[in-house]
Design a binder for this molecule. Structure first.
Ligand SMILES: C[S@@+](CC[C@H](N)C(=O)[O-])C[C@H]1O[C@@H](n2cnc3c(N)ncnc32)[C@H](O)[C@@H]1O
Length: 376
């Protein structure tokens, strides 16, 4: 069970709740504090530690920088805890601890997952955390949870996590196993969002096979629906996706392809070569327009001469057309997606780096080619 202790709840904690919280944090931790179990003063020392902890939890009820404690429990026993404190307007994850008898059972991941949904409800966009540089387990956990290392301060690695991205990734993991089916159904009914998906797929493959060999980077590869036929024709494929489940499905189809699991811009810096084609099929709309433009600009340096970025997506030529589409599909429109609009790109700095070709395939879908300019 997931429970949240805000300041009000902390001011009313029962003695049993405090005992359980203390036990979760301190069970068998004597060794970690260099206290020998044979120490004749161990009972005194333990009482002293417990007193300090109780004083701390009680102080949270009135501490300015305390935000919330998050608790995962089972059969009325507290198993995993963490708290958020606020420093310099940053929400910082601290004190993540699982009861020693329950390590490696997924409680910490579950706790963090529930906590992130609560942060999203509260409108918090970024969560920060730190891990001792030498603590491999803690660093691994941060990375597994999706935190990205952005620096180091003294003995700590500094991490941050984008709340929206985390939640989107979860949704894609859940969607992965029936993603293909939902594309087929949306296509069959010829409606937003996937009307024209097969036509886009056909056009992308035609464009690429005009070259007898090519290196291809598929950004947001999903289940590998677009690049699998090219893989089977012998093209060199690298797939990027932040969803582990999507990558697992794509990998089954393309065992010898390369994959990078991560967010688009994070994956870019891991690339070791340049590509002839970079594909975003129904993927770039997950970024804001500003981030789309920034990412497309950054990709230029990973494109070979004459390299092309291909974008297939829900798309229109003008904002007005997009507004009309939105109105028509209002009940099923996804307000968290930012579909490509030709005029938006044309009015942006992208035109310095690329020349653009555009094809409107039907009322919903469009296909872009951004061709790398030789001079920039
Ligand atoms: C709608 S699916 C499209 C999949 C595939 N390109 C296709 O055409 O079938 C979008 C994919 O992009 C991935 N994705 C979305 N936002 C991402 C991001 N910011 N970084 C990395 N992958 C992302 C999702 O996990 C998902 O697999």
């Amino acid at each position: 069970m997931h429970v949240i202790w805000n300041k009000d709840k902390i001011s009313r904690l029962t003695p049993i709740e405090k005992e359980q919280w203390f036990d979760c944090l301190n069970y068998r931790l004597e060794e970690d504090r260099n206290i020998s179990l044979l120490d004749p003063f161990i009972a005194d020392k333990q009482r002293g530690i417990k007193n300090d902890y109780f004083k701390y939890i009680e102080s949270c009820a009135s501490a300015d920088n305390f935000y919330k404690y998050y608790i995962e429990s089972q059969d009325d026993k507290i198993i995993s805890v963490c708290r958020i404190n606020i420093h310099d307007n940053r929400y910082i994850l601290e004190g993540l601890q699982t009861h020693k008898d329950y390590y490696r059972n997924g409680f910490a991941s579950k706790l963090i997952n529930n906590m992130i949904y609560d942060l999203k409800k509260d409108g918090i966009k970024t969560l920060y955390s730190e891990a001792r540089t030498w603590n491999a387990a803690s660093n691994q956990l941060q990375q597994k949870l999706g935190f990205i290392k952005y620096g180091q301060h003294e003995l700590n690695n500094l991490y941050k996590l984008d709340v929206e991205t985390y939640i989107k990734k979860q949704l894609f993991n859940q969607w992965a196993s029936n993603y293909n089916q939902s594309v087929i159904e949306s296509q069959k009914s010829d409606t937003y969002p996937f009307a024209g998906y097969s036509e886009i797929k056909y056009q992308i493959i035609e464009l690429i096979i005009a070259k007898s060999s090519a290196t291809i980077l598929d950004m947001g590869i999903g289940t590998g629906e677009i690049t699998d036929p090219l893989y089977r024709l012998g093209y060199d494929i690298t797939g990027v996706d932040f969803s582990q489940k999507m990558i697992e499905i794509a990998k089954e189809k393309m065992p010898k392809a390369s994959f990078i699991q991560g967010e688009f811009s994070e994956a870019l810096i891991k690339l070791k070569s340049k590509y002839d084609f970079v594909i975003f099929n129904y993927a770039i709309h997950h970024l804001s327009y500003d981030n789309q433009i920034m990412l497309l600009e950054n990709i230029r340096e990973y494109l070979n001469d004459n390299g092309i970025i291909i974008i297939g997506d829900v798309s229109t030529m003008t904002q007005e057309e997009m507004d009309r589409l939105h109105k028509k599909y209002e009940p099923i429109w996804d307000d968290e997606e930012f579909y490509p609009i030709l005029e938006k790109y044309q009015l942006s700095t992208l035109m310095k780096a690329y020349s653009v070709k555009y094809m409107q395939l039907n009322e919903v879908a469009g296909l872009y080619q951004f061709i790398k300019k030789t001079t920039f």
